[in-house]
Design a protein. Structure first.
Length: 127
């Protein structure tokens, strides 16, 4: 994955890069893994702790890169810098499901994009 960010003046390149990589990882997790399962009969969350909640880690997504555009933002702050906190998450989920669409022709519109949803969408395309 590659993120190209216009984030104003970067004060600490190493931490800014790590922040965007973490956000991209979160975006992939939202697109492929994270699912809040609710038991509708009893009204409680089935996966109510992090022990059973699937999230990706760096080893799951090894090839990530970040490029910061050389710019300053004179009106954002006195330091001419912006925050990069969630900048990398913005397009990550959409990029994943668009890659699935480009590879298979199946448009998945409900996160997470799981194999059962992909197969159901492909079967609907065949009929």
């Amino acid at each position: 994955m590659l993120a190209v960010c216009a984030a104003g003046r970067i004060l600490n390149p190493k931490t800014a890069r790590s922040q965007v990589i973490g956000a991209m990882t979160m975006g992939v997790g939202a697109a492929l893994m994270e699912d809040l399962v609710i038991d509708k009969r009893h009204g409680f969350f089935v996966n109510h702790d992090l022990a059973s909640y699937e999230v990706p880690v760096h080893a799951d997504i090894p090839h990530q890169d970040v490029i910061f555009l050389d710019e300053t933002d004179p009106i954002s702050s006195p330091m001419k810098a912006k925050g990069v906190g969630e900048l990398g998450i913005c397009g990550a989920g959409a990029a994943v499901v668009n890659a699935i669409y480009n590879a298979t022709g199946a448009r998945i519109r409900d996160f997470p994009a799981t194999p059962d949803k992909l197969l159901a969408t492909l079967e609907a395309l065949d009929s």
